[in-house]
Design a protein around this ligand. Structure first.
Ligand SMILES: Cc1ncc(COP(=O)(O)O)c(C=O)c1O
Length: 380
């Protein structure tokens, strides 16, 4: 990526999502899961959703806001899976009027709501029942059975299951798939009812830190083999992080530097309000990054801090770099998933980063740097 162009033409902090890299990544995942459908969990990054339209089978949408974004991007309703732990009446009422592909059921209340919508709109809505992994999401095994027994209006296509993100244990995934298989077999027998589809979120991990070893090829092949246990059911893999993390870059500029008895402090114009590395602990792990412009100078030890008023705003501690100066730009990598949506971005009323897509050798600005002072302002 031509960093010089980027830095000369756009204001830091900024996110850049490299679309060619994204497409290569999706094609790689497709090559690993050849007979599975891919569902993109929009929450991971709303900015690249449209770019994924050609490559994924469906979009998992968990709020009215995500629905509005996808709707505005002209993502077809028949590719939308409306999910989420809270489905409010007005939003669902609006969505059922469209030909939405399917909704998930995460509670008995949601079951009743969707049934009432079928009656109101004289439609049979397609659903997946989300089986809980024993947290606030989804319903229990008994509730799945209750829904199947009492359903009059809905077309139940299958089961959704997601138990967490950044899963590196094949053992855990194996156990989950065994559990799902056993449960599905038992309801099919008990109710003489076919579960046609399983939408499973494997929580595929990303290799974020330089000290991590990860043979992704083998890992994904193993998951594919584990999933074969589900037989001839249609398998949809609901993925966010693993699809989009690697296409993202976060650029933040050195704006101040100081030294005291605890070390060399570098202050950048961004911070943890924009940058989230899952698994980072006390800023001790070193994510993949570069500094621009690169120089061959004396190596020094630095701690990189953001510009929030909290001692927690440490991006990375204890890195060795050529001698830094004000104006240098840190380019943090693998930030395509969650950073742009998950950061504590309103804290301290700092501006939000601008967002660029890098596509066909051009930068396209898809959001300006936004003032959060307007949002944090009490308007009276
Ligand atoms: C229901 C559901 N499916 C899929 C995902 C995406 O998970 P990941 O980003 O680990 O692929 C999430 C993330 O929170 C989720 O809640």
């Amino acid at each position: 990526m031509p960093y010089e162009d980027l830095i000369n033409n756009f204001k830091t902090p900024m996110y850049v999502f490299d679309i060619n890299k994204l497409v290569t990544r999706i094609n790689y995942l497709k090559s690993k899961f050849t007979n599975k459908s891919l569902v993109y969990a929009v929450k991971a990054n709303t900015f690249v959703a449209k770019e994924l339209d050609k490559y994924v089978d469906k979009f998992e949408i968990c709020s009215n806001g995500e629905f509005d974004i996808c709707n505005k991007l002209n993502i077809n309703h028949n590719k939308m899976v409306i999910s989420g732990v809270y489905k409010d009446y007005e939003s669902i009422d609006k969505m059922v009027k469209y030909d939405i592909d399917r909704f998930t059921i995460e509670s008995i209340e949601q079951f009743k709501l969707l049934e009432s919508m079928c009656i109101k709109h004289k439609k049979n809505v397609h659903v997946l029942i989300r089986l809980t992994s024993n947290n606030q999401f989804g319903v229990t095994e008994e509730e799945v059975k209750y829904i199947i027994k009492n359903n009059k209006e809905l077309i139940i296509d299958g089961i959704e299951y997601f138990s967490g993100t950044q899963k590196t244990s094949l053992k855990k995934i194996n156990k989950e798939v065994d559990y799902l298989k056993e449960f599905i077999d038992s309801i099919e027998q008990e109710f003489n009812f076919e579960i046609k589809e399983i939408e499973y979120g494997p929580g595929l991990p990303i290799h974020y830190f330089v000290d991590q070893e990860f043979d992704e090829d083998t890992f994904l092949d193993e998951i594919n083999t584990i999933l074969e246990k589900l037989g001839n059911k249609k398998i949809l893999l609901e993925i966010g992080r693993s699809m989009v993390a690697t296409c993202g870059y976060y650029l933040t500029k050195v704006v101040d530097m100081k030294t005291n008895k605890n070390g060399n402090y570098v202050i950048v114009d961004g911070g943890i309000n924009h940058l989230v590395y899952y698994g980072q602990t006390m800023a001790m792990r070193i994510p993949y990054y570069e500094v621009y412009p690169k120089r061959e100078k004396e190596i020094k030890n630095y701690n990189i801090y953001g510009s929030l008023c909290t001692i927690n705003d440490i991006i990375v501690k204890n890195i060795n770099s050529f001698e830094l100066q004000i104006g240098d730009v840190f380019i943090f990598k693998n930030v395509g998933a969650y950073s742009s949506t998950e950061g504590i971005s309103l804290f301290l009323s700092r501006d939000l980063p601008c967002v660029l897509l890098y596509k066909d050798n051009k930068f396209i600005k898809v959001r300006d740097n936004l003032k959060t002072s307007d949002i944090n302002y009490p308007n009276y």
